[in-house]
Structures are given as C-alpha cells and as structure tokens.
Write a protein that binds this ligand. Sequence first.
Ligand code: NAP
Length: 306
Amino acid sequence: MFDRVALIGLGLIGSSIAWGIKANGLAKHVVGYARSAETRDKAMQLGFLNSVTDTAAKAAEGADLVILCAPVGVMEHLAKEVGPKMKAGAILSDVGSVKQSVIDSCGKHLPDDVHLIPAHPIAGTEHSGPEAGFASLFNKRWCIITPPEDANAAAVTKVQEFWAALGSDITIMSAEHHDRVLAVTSHLPHLIAYTIVGTADDLATVTKSEVIKYSASGFRDFTRIAASDPVMWRDIFLNNKEGVLELLSRFNADLSMLETAIKNEDGAALEAHFTRTRSIRRGIIEQGQDVDAPDFGRSKIDDTKS
Ligand code: NAP
C-alpha cells in the first residue's frame, strides 16, 4: 500500500500501527521516531520497525505517509518540523484523540502539495509505551477520519483503505462533530473516573486498604480508566476545552437532579433515570461495542493480543 511509512511517536498506538503494518504487509519500510533514545532503542529491539531516526524530520523525508502518534499537545511542533521535509503528494495523518485542534494547528505548517488527513482510532488500553502495542488493537474498532473540507479525495481514500487493512471499521465526520461526540463518549467519562478515584483516595473515613479491598466492579472499572496516561489526557482536556466544558455543565445539572431526588427520597425519579441508562447499555452491547461484562470489553481485546 505504501513504500515508506513514518511513525512519529512509538507508544501504544504507534507500535500497534507498526505491528499491524507488519502483520498485513502494508508498507515496504516503516521508519520510526520517538523523543527518547530509550524508546527508539526499545522499538528496534522489539522488532516492529525497519529503522529509527533521531529527529522527526529525518523520519518524514521520502515517506508517502507520516503519522503523528504523540500527545495532542505536541502535534503542532511535530507538524512544523516534518511538514517542510515531506515529499509532494505525501499524506500527513495523526491519531490524536481531539481533531479540530490538529487541523487548526498542523495544517498551516504543511506545503500545499502535502495532504493533511487526520484520523482517530477508537481503540486503546490503559497501557502506554512501545511494549504496550499489538497488531490486533484496531480489529473491529472504529476509526474516525476527519478530513478538512478541501481535502484531496484520493488521499482520504488511501487513509481509509489503510485503516480498513488494519482491521478497523471506518467512519468519516467533521472534526468539530468528532470532538463533540468524543467529549460525551470518552472525555467526560475519563474526567469522572479521574475525579472519583481521586475522591476515594482522599476519604478519611474509609481507609485506602478498604477502598482497594472492597472495590467491586464499579470502582475497579473507574480505576482502570483513571490509570490512563496523564500527559495524553492533560492534552485532550486542554485541546477539547469547549466541548468538555459544555458537556460538564449539562452533567453537573443532571447530577444535581439526582442529588435532589435522593434528598427528597424520590424513588420514582431515580428508578426512571436508571431504567433509561440501562437501555443505553443494552444498545452498546447489541451493537457489538462491548461484551456483557463490567470491564469495558478490555478482556476481549487482551484475548486477541498477538
Ligand atoms: P504513549 O504510549 O504514551 O506514547 C506516546 C509516544 O509519543 C511516545 O513514543 C513518546 O516518546 C512520544 N512523544 C511524546 N512527546 C513527544 C515529543 N515532544 N516529540 C516526539 N515524540 C514524543 O501514547 P499513545 O497511547 O500511543 O497515544 C498517542 C496518541 O494517540 C495521543 O495523541 C492519543 O491522544 C492518541 N490515542 C490514544 C489512545 C489510547 O487509548 N492510548 C487511543 C486513541 C488515540 P517517548 O517514549 O520517547 O517519551
């Protein structure tokens, strides 16, 4: 599919893409760059790359496809470095969890003959780094492609085919819509998990050992989400500020409504609310986006690890 693919960032997502390219024979040469020599050495040792470089610019030279797989907050800096080195007709893509900020910050650093086609694979685990990746991470998971309005159609098709070859189901939407959808499905849930795990940790009346010992599925699932990479999530909230804040005010209103129902011992209101949320959960299972177990489907991913 490509002669040379450059992966800038070699953590969970970068290494999983590299393993997927290797497993499916999608490129003749995969070159990688990461900030630290330690990660670059580890990547070569693990064997998912053909070569590494010590700058992002060198990796991008001559590549047909360059994918930024670093935290959203460094995307602009990386695009500024790789853009001028990219060959005419090449594609710059990324995997960032926020999309409008990538288009706004990266597009302006690219020559006119380089195509910016952002993408976001909706797949992940709470693990980070080059050792965390595996080829089947994207299998049957959505990959959202968010081409800018004036995007080159052939380049969009190429990126679509690439993610389909990695096993993803593809959907295309505007970056703005993506950020609103992900604020609901991913960003707010992470914020809640970060809050609740921090709150439980701060409690004086319940000891830390009790929190850990009696963590039934509810709390345990939250701790799994709250273990996600701090830098990645810092950047997501800073770059989807409006989407998250808008939703947070709705969430606070709903929480107050439940608080009032508890205060007033309004069992009917509580039951009605919980019945509605239960049917949403059923819908997710029916669409094959999770298994019927309280672990967010992660064991399903781990089972297919290769
Ligand atoms: P990760 O495992 O923490 O890896 C991040 C990689 O980026 C590391 O190789 C790191 O290099 C490199 N990096 C960090 N700062 C850099 C810089 N200034 N210049 C060059 N490289 C830099 O993260 P990840 O989970 O793969 O996430 C990468 C991207 O994918 C993020 O934008 C995230 O929003 C998106 N994403 C993540 C998930 C998920 O569940 N994890 C899912 C979908 C999309 P060093 O190792 O040398 O520090």
